[in-house]
Design a protein around this ligand. Structure first.
Ligand SMILES: *Cc1c(COP(=O)(O)O)cnc(C)c1O
Length: 376
């Protein structure tokens, strides 16, 4: 079976984990601090706080910037459910923003449209925006920030898939107030589970450090528990794996980019439409996603099944969140509320992509997909 992806785990990674086991310091120790430093250096962010996963990173970012019950937070309608769920975790409400159907990202126009739909009371309660970098493709945070500036919105980047992606040469995750990365096995580098927040603001990182560790505050007076915090800590075992992977990120990334470029070449001779990566950005290609021709949208699950039968694993892109049962029931969303997100949700298919992928396999993926679509 040609799998969707395969984590790149080498001997050095295994050694790094064994070293931690031998040391006996398994949690919130030197390795976690070292990973935070390395991520700061790599992204150019002043501060970093490692946490148990990217969902925790997003949750703590919202709490740290002061999101409270009943607040409103703008968020992309097309994402992994966690992006909106963390708003619910704060007792706040998501205000979904439609995407551009070619980049799969929110932009200044769709953000403007979402703001225009808010009542004055809701506008007053709107404090922040979560921008997702879909599959590593960077959302136009510069233009979005210009649109939201007069409303004073804080921007949190869901950069779960975008470690190493850039906008105008600047790293994704450092373009807003806070940036959140994931180290889940489906992302470009992995720690099993894991995540990290980066920010330029010292106050925010202090708050996040406190919240991730039971609300503990250490000062010259000693240890005090100043709020009901969480346990969102990363282990040193995970951090050591992340650190080891980060040593190879440039190599891993160039292999991945080369594979994505080769897909581009194969796809442009077909009726599949690849994700548009704007010229002033670079994507780390967490996933390679294409849109199926309109005439086969209703056949997508059958196409995924037929691909599996010929030994190729594919999957949907990601979710149209307003129509997930929870959000549909709670807020009454229906079909047609966010047209682009809904359309991309229906038409997108993720193709296998890994650092070690062979061109021969990529050719087979596109050949088979085109063949199967042709029969449908
Ligand atoms: C993977 C992912 C998350 C969640 O990351 P975890 O580390 O699994 O919590 C959030 N948002 C997006 C866009 C993702 O792709």
């Amino acid at each position: 079976m040609l799998n969707l992806t395969k984590p790149d785990i080498r001997a050095a990674d295994r050694r790094a984990i064994l070293d931690v086991l031998r040391s006996g310091h398994l949690v919130q120790g030197e390795r976690v601090a070292a990973l935070e430093q390395s991520i700061s250096r790599y992204t150019g962010a002043r501060h970093a706080a490692a946490v148990s996963n990217c969902t925790a990173a997003l949750h703590l970012s919202l709490l740290a910037i002061g999101i409270e019950p009943n607040d409103r937070v703008l968020v992309s309608a097309f994402s992994w459910p966690a992006t909106a769920n963390v708003i619910e975790h704060c007792g706040a409400r998501p205000v979904f923003v439609d995407i551009d159907a070619s980049t799969y990202n929110i932009d200044e126009k769709t953000v403007r449209a979402a703001l225009d739909r808010l009542s004055p009371t809701e506008m007053k309660r709107t404090k922040a925006l979560i921008a997702v970098h879909a599959f590593g493709n960077v959302a136009p945070i510069d233009k979005i920030a210009r649109t939201t500036k007069s409303h004073g919105l804080k921007i949190v980047e869901d950069a779960a898939c975008a470690l190493g992606s850039t906008l105008n040469g600047k790293m994704a995750g450092t373009l807003g107030t806070c940036g959140c990365f994931s180290f889940h096995p489906r992302k470009n580098i992995t720690t099993g589970e894991g995540g990290i927040v980066v920010t330029g603001k010292k106050k925010l990182i202090e708050k996040i450090n406190q919240l991730r560790n039971h609300g503990v505050h250490q000062s010259t007076k000693g240890v005090e528990f100043v709020e009901a915090g969480y346990n969102y800590r990363l282990t040193d075992l995970q951090a050591a794996l992340g650190q080891s992977q980060l040593q190879r990120i440039e190599q891993m990334q160039s292999a991945r980019t080369a594979a994505a470029r080769y897909y581009d070449k194969l796809v442009c001779r077909t009726n599949l439409i690849p994700q548009r990566i704007p010229a002033n950005t670079s994507s780390c290609f967490q996933s390679y996603v294409v849109l199926l021709p309109k005439k086969v949208v209703n056949k997508r699950s059958k196409i995924i099944q037929r691909m599996k039968e010929v030994g190729i694993e594919t999957t949907i892109g990601t979710w149209h969140v307003p129509l997930l049962k929870y959000y549909r029931r709670k807020y009454g969303y229906g079909p047609g509320d966010f047209n682009n997100s809904e359309e991309v949700f229906k038409r997108a298919i993720t193709l296998p992509l890994s650092n070690q992928m062979r061109r021969k396999d990529q050719q087979r993926v596109i050949e088979k997909l085109v063949q199967i679509i042709g029969v449908e």
